[in-house]
Design a protein around this ligand. Structure first.
Ligand SMILES: CC(C)(COP(=O)(O)OP(=O)(O)OC[C@H]1O[C@@H](n2cnc3c(N)ncnc32)[C@H](O)[C@@H]1OP(=O)(O)O)[C@@H](O)C(=O)NCCC(=O)NCCS
Length: 200
């Protein structure tokens, strides 16, 4: 995505996988734990980590080290000028973000997802490809919305909730619950991941 945007002179990764030297045409320089050493060589930080707590942690660390944290937007995405999108968010190909939407820190908006007018997404939210949030939907921090989900207008998805692929959300999704199906119903509670336990 950073390559697509074409606005940076040099792009490189920091990663923790010692066996890998490049990802796509981009070299891996070092471990992410050595981020601060690269502050004078690079002025901008993009965090490409799936776990939302880990992603938010590194975004906040990077910001405190003085890195610029951009919004990455694919050239084919359409974003209304009347939106408020926080740093560290990535908007993938052909996504549409409509008027008066508020998007928090470090969100990932998938390809061809549609975020309707007046939606509010807190920090660390993931919206899967081809999902549709209609008008005024509220999404809590670190919620994870799978592929091809539809959420009816004005509904709320709680913090750390998971919405399974293809679900149609007609009612409130409570925090830390997994819902699936049409209409979406509770499958189970969210189990904390190893990383989440460590960071908590
Ligand atoms: C919701 C989800 C996270 C649940 O995963 P899980 O806890 O491992 O669930 P399981 O595979 O053990 O399935 C448990 C039950 O829920 C059902 N189920 C799982 N996902 C479902 C879905 N999306 N829609 C309807 N039913 C689903 C299964 O059929 C199973 O039912 P059964 O017990 O009657 O056989 C996962 O199925 C899902 O939808 N992930 C989204 C994938 C995606 O969108 N990826 C895109 C980005 S990479």
């Amino acid at each position: 995505m950073a390559l697509h945007m074409g606005c940076w002179h040099t792009i490189a990764w920091l990663d923790d996988n010692p066996g890998v030297k490049t990802v796509l045409p981009v070299p891996i320089l070092d471990s992410i734990n050595n981020l601060e050493q690269y502050r004078h060589q690079f002025d901008t930080l993009v965090v490409a980590i799936g776990d939302p707590r880990v992603r938010l942690l590194w975004l906040k660390r990077g910001e405190s080290m003085g890195f610029k944290i951009p919004v990455l937007q694919h050239p084919t995405a359409t974003v209304s000028a009347y939106t408020d999108i926080a740093p560290g968010t990535v908007i993938l190909a052909q996504a549409v973000i409509k008027v008066a939407v508020k998007v928090g820190l470090g969100n990932i908006i998938g390809s061809q997802a549609m975020i309707g007018h007046h939606c509010q997404l807190a920090d660390g939210v993931y919206v899967g490809a081809q999902s549709v949030l209609t008008g005024g939907v509220q999404v809590g921090a670190r919620a994870w919305i799978g592929l091809g989900v539809s959420v009816l207008q004005q509904r709320t998805i709680g913090a750390d909730a998971v919405v399974g692929a293809g679900a149609v959300v007609l009612h409130t999704v409570w925090p830390k619950t997994v819902v699936v199906g049409v209409p979406a119903v509770k499958l189970r509670n969210v189990e904390p991941t190893l990383e989440r336990c460590v960071l908590d």
